[in-house]
Design a protein around this ligand. Sequence first.
Ligand SMILES: *[C@@H]1O[C@H](CO)[C@@H](O)[C@H](O)[C@H]1NC(C)=O
Length: 357
Amino acid sequence: MRALVQLAVFALALSLVRCEHDFSRYSFQTTLNTQENGGLYELYWTFDNEAEKISFAVRVNAAGWVGFGLSPNGQMPDSDVVIGWVPSEGDPVFHDRFAGGREPPTIDEQQDWVLKGGEEENGFTILEFSRKYVTCDDYDLPITPETARVIWSFHATTDPTSEVLTFADRHSHRGALSLNLLGGLPDAAPDPLGLDSYDITVNGITIPESDTTYWCAAFKLPESIRTQTRYITKFGPVVTEGNEAHVHHLLIYLCDGINDTHVGNGGVCDSDVPRQVVACRGGTLIAAWAVGGEEFVYPNNVAYPFGGEGFPEYLVMELHYDNPPKIQGTVDSSGMRMWYTSTAREYDAGILRLVML
Ligand SMILES: *[C@@H]1O[C@H](CO)[C@@H](O)[C@H](O)[C@H]1NC(C)=O
């Protein structure tokens, strides 16, 4: 009797303890989609070369279904996918499926991806599953030491009503990226589909009616970049449509000596903005574009580390506008777009601290 009471107390205590989900058994982690892009999608994985087995966990800010899989080329046709969801009542639903085309994936006869656990809490769906590298099912793609094209999808709010999916169960979000699953490091040449980007633009300023204007605006890095180092692989201009003749060049500088009060649309560099902002034009130039220029792409395997602890939290952009005909009231929201990845292996390469992707 006493043992029974103890057991009951123990069980009660267990049910009251809310633990953060433990992903520590996974060796690798990457973010497939960010909160800003419609819902965080985190991937964890680990592999065992002896057992030739790979285990995954996905943690997705979605109350609906979650999809994950491998594709020959990052697109949906001929991809080997799993789709799972956690109904409000009952056990998680999870299937190894195959997408023949841009159509709801069908359930494989042979179920080689195996669910290890599934839960939904606080708007996050967590699924854990594993499979053999090679399954001997024509409807599965092998996991090899080569770069894999990983595809992901989810529906932010709604579970399917049946295991047989229809077009009504279409994803609300999807994407793809290249990952070396058995090396744990990203592909040397990042797949543009898998890159995040960050726009540094002014917001609806009026181009002054003078021949030439140097416009200065200060920006604070978003929290997601301030707190974690990202790796810029490419940048290029985002010029407001119709303003191509006015936007002459764009320069982005890192900036240390300013604070939140300086952030905003700015103004004419030498007359309208505080000297602290103007002074940043003497600092580190990280991106430059001038009319006639193209996107700048870092060489394969090279990127520019950006953000994270100790990195300047502010940027200053100088926009050079031309307006010889003195056209009035041209509204502009131009600037620079930086593409970045979130994982890299660092090495020192002289003055520019380059990183190896
Ligand atoms: C921001 O910088 C300005 C100019 O250097 C300074 O006067 C002001 O006190 C600073 N504000 C904050 C909140 O740090």
